[in-house]
Write a protein that binds this ligand. Structure first.
Ligand code: ARG
Ligand code: ZN
Length: 475
């Protein structure tokens, strides 16, 4: 799903109406969308509206088999197109006719339909496949994680390749149905809502069904399989909450994790007062088995958490961070991975606001501490948040300096304009994609101020910005 498409289609129709439209020979789609950091991620030539991912997974062997059906629209006269995928494909159908397919590079599947698809034409793509995901190396690593009792597909920016074929770039969001059949007694969890309860199949397997009703980026779609204890609830507004805790945690970890993640509805309600309406149909969180997941990830409607966040007791900060991403990252997504501070700087600033709200230190105090304690040659200063590069994609400049930038913006425009900017940002680009330039433009529009020097110093300069007032304030 791409927003630009609406405008482009309107233009094409106008041209067609005036008889100007020319018929080009069908041409291949491209192997990437031209992302400045990951040029071969995603593909060009078509746009996906829905994925139906239907799988069977067996933890003992790590064998994943299944069929993914993709509903897409050609965006040009298309002779062939690529999908991003690493497992072993046995057949591909395009509009019910067998297509030929070949592997290219380490994560591309090139599909040639029996007949070209014309611009604007609907494509139903059916890919049957199997494989042992933990054995597949692409981009130099294996993102799929096996656990003592199952497996997880959780990662950013690449994870889809290991479990379903996709157009793997945040600019092509789609709705999802994910169903996973796993041995009886094991849970299979994914995003969104459960359209039906788990269904027992033959041979000792149970099928779990999940559905995402709003546009969702491929990397934000997750699956986790294992033994989990589940809590469910309904928010005041009637939306489902589904939390899951690995049974492999100690009781101490489990209590700290629950004391944090069980507060998801409260925390997202608080975030709603800052950022505007919660964008999605469900809420929740999943806490992985110990020593399996490195980090936390803002999977749409249901972030996943490493237990390492809970080893020193409860931690609501990480819950605030991952759920702030529901607005900033998941609903408003980057148009190019270069703009990652729009995700991480905003989610980090939400943590500062939560600290302020709980009398655990104001945003100003956190800013001052970081400003005073980060040495001048630290990556936070030598990296420009607006173009951090792949090596610093998740570095301090993106997280902490990104949040410091928002704090400087707040000081410059005042609280009323600042929170109006955040809400307008979430509203104007809801379910879409956006760039740093669009954000700085919006901030100037709402505040009526020239913020060029502020953003230049904080976002685009690889050195420590001078803040005249900080020393006076901390003295
Ligand atoms: N978006 C995740 C978060 O901030 C971080 C993912 C980190 N990924 C990584 N490869 N280091 O919650
Ligand atoms: Zn984050």
């Amino acid at each position: 799903m791409r927003r630009l498409l609406v405008a482009l289609t309107a233009t094409a129709l106008t041209l067609a109406g005036t008889g100007v439209a020319a018929h080009a020979a069908p041409a291949p789609g491209g192997p990437g969308v031209g992302d400045s950091y990951f040029p071969d991620y995603g593909n060009s030539g078509y746009d996906v509206s829905h994925y139906d991912v239907r799988l069977r997974y067996t933890p003992a062997t790590d064998l994943l088999t299944g069929t993914t059906t993709i509903l897409a629209t050609a965006e040009q006269d298309l002779s062939r197109f690529n999908l991003d995928f690493v497992l072993d494909v046995s057949s591909v159908l395009v509009n019910n006719r067998p297509a030929t397919f070949a592997r290219q590079g380490d994560h591309e599947l090139v599909v040639t339909p029996a007949r070209p698809v014309s611009d604007g034409g609907a494509m139903t793509i059916v890919v049957r496949y199997s494989g042992v995901p933990s054995t597949k190396v692409a981009a130099g690593f294996t993102a799929w994680i096996r656990t003592p009792d199952g497996a997880m597909a959780i990662g950013e920016p690449e994870i889809a390749w290991w479990w379903y074929p996709s157009n793997d770039h945040p600019t092509d969001k789609a709705t999802f149905d994910v169903s996973i059949s796993v041995p009886d007694g094991v849970e299979a969890i994914s995003n969104g809502v459960m359209p039906r309860p788990p269904v027992r199949e033959t041979l000792g397997y149970t099928r779990w069904s999940w559905r995402s009703l709003k546009p969702q980026a491929a990397y934000l779609t997750f699956m986790t399989v294992g033994q989990y204890d589940v809590t469910t609830d309904t928010t005041a507004s009637g939306r489902p909450v589904y939390n899951a805790y690995s049974r492999l945690m100690t009781q101490e970890l489990r209590e700290a994790a629950q004391a944090s993640v069980e507060r998801t509805a409260e925390i997202t309600d608080w975030e709603t007062t800052l950022f505007g309406p919660y964008p999605f149909e469900a809420r929740g969180g999943v806490v992985a088995p110990p020593d399996t997941l490195c980090c936390a990830l803002e999977n749409q409607t249901r972030p996943n958490y490493s237990t390492r966040f809970f080893t020193r007791g409860s931690n609501t900060s990480v819950v605030v961070h991952e759920n702030a991403h529901q607005w900033f990252g998941d609903s408003v997504s980057v148009a190019d991975w270069r703009h990652i501070w729009l995700n991480e700087g905003f989610a980090t600033y939400a943590e500062w606001l939560w600290s302020e709200r709980n009398d655990e230190g104001t945003a100003q105090e956190i800013f001052d501490y970081l400003y005073a304690t980060s040495p001048p040659d630290a990556p936070i200063w030598t990296t420009a948040p607006a173009d951090p590069g792949v090596a610093q994609l998740f570095g301090d400049a993106v997280y902490d300096r990104g949040a410091m930038t928002l704090h400087q913006l707040r000081l410059a425009v005042g609280d009323d304009d600042f929170f109006e900017i955040l809400r307008a940002w979430a509203a104007e680009h809801r379910y879409g994609n956006a760039t740093t330039e669009q954000f700085t433009g919006l901030a100037e529009k709402i505040s009526g101020e020239d913020l060029g020097a502020l953003f230049e110093a904080w976002l685009s300069t690889p050195s420590k910005p001078v803040v005249a007032t900080t020393l006076a304030r901390t003295a």
